[in-house]
Design a protein around this ligand. Structure first.
Ligand code: CMC
Length: 391
């Protein structure tokens, strides 16, 4: 009817219908394709969850085997890509590197751009699920100054990621069960979260029929910010800062509540959850288990628990329904697994990849129109052009 309503941050605007993820923010419920996140995190493998998100059903054994065989057949990344990686300084932020490499991948896989049939889509999806972990591992190895390596097809998807990331030259790498299980769980918990900022980005870029890889590369950039996926890095940096400043959590609680102070309690609050983020509950328990199993004592875990306790009893946080989110404890586990702080958001991207892919595929299969919001113009009326010498 021509009337435009502005909804900053799209707080009350639905952009699509979707059958992938159900989220009830008031009750703290999260389900992928109808399955409770608690069940999936406890009982499924990350690859099974990827299949579920993308194709809608949990795979039978033979389906999963075929899926993984197809992925393994695509795991080689063009050698020329190493030159692009070489061009980055060692200090480059891994999220920038990953987004660029994902975009560069298009040049070496042009057939993955025009996806007019479900078979074309399948091939593009398998290519990306195969090559993305290699890019993640290379990004870390570049940071650590280690030679680049490929995986081992005898390992599971998650074990293989760990080996590609951490195997040192001339070393017999043994994948630890505790570490594999912890990473499997973290990746599942991050795998999808309906129309968040990065997923909406993936869908909107994809809606112009830019290819899958270009859409995902844009999603990585959106995830990078500290209000979204970058919060996991920001949380650890905040906790470290509090520790170095003497561990006075009350001081930082006061800063978080002070509207004149830009400081926010990172890892707290959520656009949709007005109750406990169910992922945070699972991750908190997992942080205790993983640190216990690995025999690690991390003082920032105590600071995190202290902050959480105070926040949950504080009027400011209670009134605004601010609870710990998925990122509050995840960094503590990543750290225990030996993953450097700057790589945390890359790990989030690795977990979110199947969700982005599923959302992109759904958007294309439903033949959604190009995403193109409107605006209300508040600028100048028509003005007379003045020559530069008269301005
Ligand atoms: N610390 C202190 N105050 C906060 C916080 C916080 N972490 N989060 C929200 N508030 C206050 C905010 O100042 C506002 O107060 P008032 O009503 O007095 O103006 C009120 O709570 C509502 O916040 P909002 O910013 O309007 O809410 P939003 O839905 O636009 O933002 C959020 C959601 C997640 C960006 C925000 O809570 C935040 O910045 N949290 C910290 C960053 C973070 O942990 N992000 C990860 C989100 S979960 C994973 C992911 O999405 O990747």
């Amino acid at each position: 009817n021509g009337v435009i309503t502005i909804d900053p941050g799209y707080k009350n605007t639905g952009s699509c219908e979707s059958a992938i993820t159900f989220l009830d923010g008031e009750k703290g419920v999260l389900r992928y394709r109808g399955y409770a996140i608690e069940d999936l995190a406890e009982k499924a493998s990350f690859l099974e969850v990827a299949y579920l998100l993308i194709f809608g059903e949990l795979p039978a054994e033979s389906q999963l085997e075929k899926f993984y065989t197809d992925i393994k057949a695509e795991s080689i990344v063009d050698e020329e890509m190493k030159k692009i990686l070489d061009g980055f300084p060692k200090s480059a932020h891994p999220m920038g590197v990953l987004s660029s490499l994902t975009s560069a991948l298009i040049a070496f896989n042009p057939s993955a751009v025009n996806v007019d049939s479900e078979e074309d889509m399948y091939r593009a999806i398998v290519k990306l699920l195969a090559k993305f972990p290699v890019l993640v591992a290379w990004t870390l190895r570049k940071k650590n100054g280690q030679p680049l390596d490929y995986g081992d097809s005898s390992l599971s998807y998650v074990e293989n990621i760990l080996k590609m990331m951490f195997k040192k030259p001339q070393e017999e790498y043994k994948v630890s069960k505790v570490v594999t299980e912890a990473l499997n769980k973290l990746l599942i918990l991050h795998a999808d979260h309906e129309q968040n900022c990065s997923t909406s980005t993936v869908r909107i870029v994809g809606s112009s029929h830019a290819g899958l890889f270009a859409s995902i590369s844009a999603g990585i950039s959106a995830l990078w910010g500290p209000l979204h996926g970058g919060a996991n890095q920001a949380v650890i940096e905040m906790l470290e800062g509090i520790k170095e400043d003497g561990g006075d959590t009350k001081k930082y609680m006061a800063k978080a509540k002070d509207k004149e102070d830009p400081f926010r309690l990172m890892g707290f609050g959520h656009r949709v959850y007005k109750n406990f983020d169910p992922r945070a509950k699972i991750i908190k328990k997992s942080a205790d288990e993983v640190l216990g199993d690995l025999g690690i004592q991390d003082p920032v875990l105590d600071i995190a628990k202290g902050l959480e306790k105070e926040a949950l009893e504080d009027d400011y946080f209670v009134k605004r329904k601010l609870y710990p989110n998925v990122d509050f404890y995840s960094g503590i586990i990543y750290r225990a697994l030996g993953i450097p702080t700057e790589m945390f958001t890359v790990m989030f991207a690795l977990g979110r990849l199947p969700g982005w892919i599923a959302q992109w595929r759904e958007m294309r299969l439903r033949k959604e129109p190009i995403g193109r919001p409107r605006q209300i113009y508040i600028g100048e009326n028509l003005r007379e052009f003045k020559d530069i010498s008269n301005r």
